[in-house]
Design a protein around this ligand. Structure first.
Ligand SMILES: *Cc1c(COP(=O)(O)O)cnc(C)c1O
Length: 382
């Protein structure tokens, strides 16, 4: 029997749509620019062991992970692919990076020194240590700050022993088309490229995340790093979603009850009905990553009709007001659309006070996971 055979909800993940999204992003890039696959956080919660091989089969050969552990897990799945790790090495991690043939993104002078020492130590291969160099242009999170960049430009020998294949930076506001910060970051990145290339690092450049691809050819450079758009999130908020839908979450009604005016629903009695009502209980809750902030805010859909979430999201249950929906369609066992279709993940996220990224990466382990691949359904991989 497949895992979670009697789960309260089924999560369907469309690998064909992920592949279609990867391809369609490629067609939007200027000539010569490539698309990597950002598969950090277990491919945004959708399952690295399913998503990575699907992208690889489609021709993706550059993958980004967040951490050394994620890189190691991905190496076991994709023995041949190039795997980059956003979080560069601490000294005690450098050897494992080498052993696993992971390419670190070097974020500061310390990481540069660490990776160079790995070369000097003669560990791994005799080739220079391949790496990506990250310059900060506005995130103030990872990447060389201006003073460290200046230091590197003044002392290019700090890069001796390294094979820098890409210089990258990361946009802070790419999903806001008209944000002045986008252009400011672009100019700062170009200035950084000029100053570093002056020292004859023959590196290519990588700048755009999902939304950055939609800011135009100036932002494309040699390698785009989309995550969210691969997984169907809208990279152009406020405009129609150009990506194919990837996930659907469907639950089933467990119980329906009639309650009278003045009765409350759920913990904290946060919802009190003002008319005789029918309340349907569906077995998903915050333990499934169905965020508590959806309480009294988000919706579900039954046969295309909106059923508002009333009362608080519990650990294992939500309660819907189905008073307006025919009793015929609200019996125990009746299907409920929780995410997808009429209610895209971005809309559910907005109603829950968050972004689609957080909804995807929170998707729980109790759902029955079902993948669509080459038009066919297959059960979860594990
Ligand atoms: C997560 C991440 C990406 C992907 O961003 P999306 O908005 O999901 O496309 C790209 N680059 C870096 C540095 C990241 O951390």
């Amino acid at each position: 029997m497949s895992a979670n055979a009697f789960a309260g909800a089924q999560l369907t993940i469309d690998l064909d749509a992920i592949v279609a999204n990867w391809r369609s992003l490629g067609t939007r890039l200027k000539k010569g620019s490539q698309v990597a696959g950002v598969v950090k956080a277990n491919a945004f919660g959708l399952g690295i062991e399913a998503v990575a091989p699907a992208l690889y089969a489609a021709g993706c050969r550059k993958f980004f992970s967040a951490s050394l552990d994620e890189g190691i897990a991905l190496r076991a799945i994709l023995p041949e692919s190039r795997i980059y790790v956003f979080s560069g090495p601490l000294p005690e991690e450098a050897e494992e990076f080498s052993r696993q043939r992971l390419i670190p993104v070097l974020n500061d002078l310390g990481q540069i020194d660490t990776w160079r020492a790995q070369y000097s130590a003669g560990n791994g291969s005799k080739d220079r240590q391949t790496a990506v160099l990250h310059v900060d242009t506005g995130m103030s999170r990872l990447g060389l700050p201006a003073n460290e960049l200046a230091c590197l430009v003044a002392e290019p020998e700090r890069l001796h022993g390294l094979n820098i294949t890409y210089i990258m930076s990361h946009l802070a506001c790419a999903e806001e088309r008209d944000q002045a910060m986008n252009r400011a970051q672009l100019l700062e990145f170009k200035a950084a490229l000029r100053s570093l290339n002056a020292d004859r690092i023959p590196a290519k450049a990588s700048f755009a995340n999902s939304s950055g691809i939609f800011l135009g050819a100036d932002y494309h450079f040699d390698l785009a790093r989309p995550g969210a758009a691969l997984y169907g999130l809208n990279p152009t908020p406020g405009r129609p979603n150009p990506m194919a839908e990837v996930i659907r979450l469907e639950g089933k009604i467990r119980q329906v009850r009639h309650i009278d005016t003045g009765r409350s629903v759920g913990y904290g009695a946060s919802h009190v009905v003002t008319r005789p009502s029918r309340i349907a209980t569906v077995p998903v809750g915050y333990a499934d990553g169905y965020l508590r902030s959806a309480s009294n805010q988000a919706n579900a859909y039954i046969r295309g009709v909106q059923a508002p979430i009333v009362g608080r999201v519990s650990m294992d249950m939500i309660t819907l007001d189905v008073t307006e929906i025919s009793a015929e369609f609200t019996q125990p066992g009746a299907p409920v659309d929780l995410i997808g279709g009429a209610y895209p993940v971005d809309a559910f996220a907005a109603d829950s006070g968050t972004i689609g990224y957080e909804i995807l990466t929170s998707l729980g382990q109790r759902y029955r996971r079902c993948y669509i691949e080459n038009g066919k359904e297959r059960a979860a991989f594990k």
